[in-house]
Design a protein around this ligand. Structure first.
Ligand code: ZN
Length: 216
C-alpha cells in the first residue's frame, strides 16, 4: 500500500454530482435499496482520473489493474452507510475485485481501515519479507479484512524480492562503475509509484541503500 494524493476532480463529476445525488436520494426515499439503484460514477472520465491518481494500481494491495473491466470504483467510506458520499470525489478510489469484495461495506467509527489518502502507511504496516505486518491495530484490521497476505500476493511479492536480490547481487559484484550504476538505476526504477508492489521495493531499497551507496 502506498500513500495516495487526490488529483483534480473530473469535470463530469463536478457538473453532475449534485443532480446524481438528488436522483439517488429520490430513489432511496422511495425505499429502493442502494444495491438496486443504477449509479452513475462508472463514467470513463472518472475511471481515467482514478487510474492516473492510483498509478493504475489497487489502492490497497497495489496489484496493477491490467484491464479496464477489472476496474472497480471503490468508495473509501461505503456508499451503503454513507450514501451522501456516493458521488464525492474525495471518497472515490480504485480497488481490485478481491480487495473490493473483501472490504464489503465495512466501516466502524472506532476502528476504521487504513485510508491511503489520509493515513501515513509506513506508521501502520511494514514488510517482513513478502509478508505485510501490522504496526497498529488499524494496520492489523486492514491486513485481516482485506486479506493482504493472500497466497497470490505473497507469491508476487516473493518474485519481486527475488528479482531485486539478483540485482543487488549483480550490483555488488560489478566492478565497472558504469555497470554498477546501471544496476542501481534498475533497482531505483522498481521503487517508482507506478510499478506494481512499489512499497515493498521501496522498503527493500531503503534497507540496503545505506550499505550500498558508499560503494557507488
Ligand atoms: Zn487489491
Amino acid at each position: 500500500m502506498i500513500n495516495l494524493t487526490k488529483i483534480d476532480e473530473p469535470d463530469i463529476l463536478k457538473a453532475n454530482a449534485e443532480s446524481w445525488k438528488r436522483d439517488l436520494f429520490d430513489e432511496l426515499g422511495k425505499g429502493t435499496p442502494i444495491s438496486k439503484i443504477t449509479l452513475k460514477y462508472n463514467h470513463k472520465d472518472i475511471k481515467t482520473k482514478l487510474l492516473k491518481e492510483t498509478h493504475g494500481k489497487c489502492a490497497y494491495c497495489e496489484s496493477k489493474i491490467t484491464h479496464v473491466s477489472y476496474l472497480h470504483i471503490e468508495h473509501i467510506l461505503p456508499k451503503k452507510k454513507f450514501p451522501d458520499l456516493t458521488y464525492s470525489w474525495e471518497n472515490l478510489t480504485l480497488a481490485c475485485p478481491k480487495c473490493n469484495l473483501n472490504k464489503e461495506e465495512y466501516y466502524e467509527d472506532e476502528l476504521p481501515l487504513i485510508n491511503p489518502y489520509q493515513d501515513q502507511i509506513c506508521k501502520e504496516v511494514t514488510f517482513w519479507g513478502p509478508s505485510l505486518q501490522y504496526i497498529t491495530a488499524k494496520g492489523k484490521l486492514t491486513i485481516y479484512k482485506l486479506d493482504l497476505n493472500r497466497p497470490e500476493l505473497i507469491e508476487r511479492r516473493a518474485e519481486k524480492i527475488d528479482a531485486m536480490s539478483k540485482l543487488f547481487l549483480n550490483f555488488n559484484e560489478a566492478s565497472i562503475p558504469v555497470i554498477k550504476e546501471m544496476y542501481w538505476k534498475e533497482l531505483r526504477e522498481m521503487t517508482k509509484k507506478e510499478v506494481e508492489y512499489s512499497s515493498l521495493a521501496y522498503s527493500l531499497f531503503k534497507s540496503r541503500e545505506r550499505i550500498y551507496t558508499s560503494t557507488l
